[in-house]
Design a protein. Structure first.
Length: 209
């Protein structure tokens, strides 16, 4: 058995165990950490498939940004685990059916893709995970779709900021436009005042006995 096959089975076993830990962990923080471990092993599998770009994106975007933000939110919130698990067994049959359908659909797509996959080093599909090949495809054949997706993400980001913006009366805020227009003389005013001299203390004479 080659060393790459050993790495593949090692990454696959760890990823499956970590995925089971995501859905079985009672603590949300532990579940998020199991998901981070799953992403790392998935990135290892991408590297074995010579998809370096996808592996790096998976680590940088999901592990380095999304999961860190998710962990920060989960640790800051006071989550009631009893309320989260309420009705778990009630919705388990529906969740099992939906999960089974997803597995069947993904298996059909994978089997169909593997049946048409050309594993020769000269094929385009063999180099699809490389940075150069993806860059050429994105900025030539799929340039319009890439720009539309970028505009949609930009609009979604602006909408998220606008929806979460609230003007509260109990907090102090300022107008950035007015702050930029302020000049030096408006920020500081020098006031001349006379020096204050303390008056000498008056000593009252003592009465004679």
């Amino acid at each position: 058995m080659e060393f790459t096959n050993v790495l593949f089975y090692a990454f696959a076993v760890i990823m499956i165990c970590a995925s089971i830990g995501v859905i079985t962990a009672r603590n949300p923080v532990h579940a998020a950490l199991f998901l981070v471990l799953t992403f790392f092993n998935a990135a290892g599998l991408w590297l074995l498939l010579r998809a370096e770009f996808l592996a790096i994106v998976l680590v940088l975007v999901y592990v380095g940004a999304v999961m860190v933000l998710f962990l920060f939110v989960v640790m800051m919130l006071d989550i009631n685990l009893d309320k989260m698990r309420a009705g778990f067994w009630k919705y388990l049959p529906i969740a099992g059916v939906v999960g089974g359908l997803i597995v069947v659909e993904m298996a059909a797509v994978l089997f169909h893709s593997f049946s048409r996959f050309d594993a020769s080093p000269l094929s385009d599909a063999y180099h699809i995970g490389g940075t150069k090949e993806l860059g050429i495809l994105i900025y030539t054949r799929y340039i319009y779709g890439f720009e539309i997706a970028a505009v949609i993400l930009l609009v979604a980001m602006i909408a998220a900021v606008a929806l979460t913006l609230r003007k509260r009366k109990d907090t102090k805020h300022y107008n950035p436009g007015m702050a930029v227009k302020v000049k030096r003389n408006d920020r500081l005013r020098i006031v001349k005042m006379d020096a204050v001299v303390e008056a000498p203390a008056v000593v009252e004479p003592k009465e004679a006995p």
